[in-house]
Design a protein around this ligand. Sequence first.
Ligand code: ATP
Length: 366
Amino acid sequence: SAPRRPDSQLGRLSLRGVSRAYGAHTALHPLDLDITGGEFIALLGPSGCGKTTALNCLAGLLPLTAGEIELDGRRVDTLPPEKRGFGMVFQNYALFPHLTVRANVAFGLKMRGVAKAEIERRVAEVLSLVQLSEHAAKHPAQLSGGQQQRVAIARAIVTEPALVLMDEPLSNLDAALRLTMRGEIRRIHQDFGLTTVYVTHDQEEALSLADRLVVLHDGRVSQIGTPAELYERPADPHVAAFMGYRNLLPLRVSSVDGSTVVAEGDGLRVVGTAAGEPLLVGQDALVAIRPEDLRPAAEGESAVGEAVAEIVEYHGRVLHVEAATAEGRRLHLKAHESVRPGDRLRVAVDAERALVFRSEGALLLE
Ligand code: ATP
């Protein structure tokens, strides 16, 4: 079915220099972000990067140190949380245990003084959307974790808020349920078209759910972009690490020819592509390569280097291989043919699949 807000005229959010400090510690550096009506935004980053701080600032649970937030052209950062009227699905935002599912979902509408018949209609509609109609008379304790989470989502969207905020809503669920619920959230978002800001540290979750991702590192934006943009062209090694570039090799630039860069060190020689800031010969570099792009070299093909397979994991059609060079560098690669621990491998990568970043020296990865 068509989203409720196909015109994207409602739920436009604009953050201007939004920042938050705890004493001398700046948890969120000035953040600028424009969100289109109906857009699904994921705030992504490792623990402590400031994503919960950003979300709590949006929710009004935390005052801004500086900046402004506008919703559809109206200032909202000056309003208390309840006046913002946002839908919230937080990890510890528990359901009312003494109320039925139906009453839990109806609560926000009742508070707003919506007429009884209208409440019944909307609660029934939303419960059907989250596929809980037959559980409407139960209490939360009689539901599974995933069902409870769906009640929480129903409760957050039933008022059709201009903005839905979710903070790691799936983190307390087991792996299988997490996958199912991820699909549910996606479907509900498509059906309802409510602007959503979703906090997660799980890159797969963010990539599969969001229209755009905001990757934070140490309270600053590393990159804002679509899943494809971040996946294909990470802006820095932090984003690359998050996007599955498990090989982050500290090497030195030995030649630069346009965007083609050769980086070498410790018996490795990678012909790669410049990413991020321009590079100069002699500079320290970090070369980012995904395991799936690093492979045993074909006969006669020039190789990045040699390594001995140490750990070989079977994952269906593909083997995950961890190998070590004579100099002790660890490489993660995937192989489609048989590899055994102890095998000596020549490994290769296509130049456009090896991203060469300028090394910032102080970067601490892994
Ligand atoms: P997590 O995934 O672990 O929740 P996060 O990315 O959501 O992490 P925040 O909770 O936003 O990170 O915290 C950002 C930074 O601010 C961290 O360095 C944290 O230690 C600090 N911080 C958070 N809350 C407070 C507080 N009440 N007082 C002081 N520092 C805080």
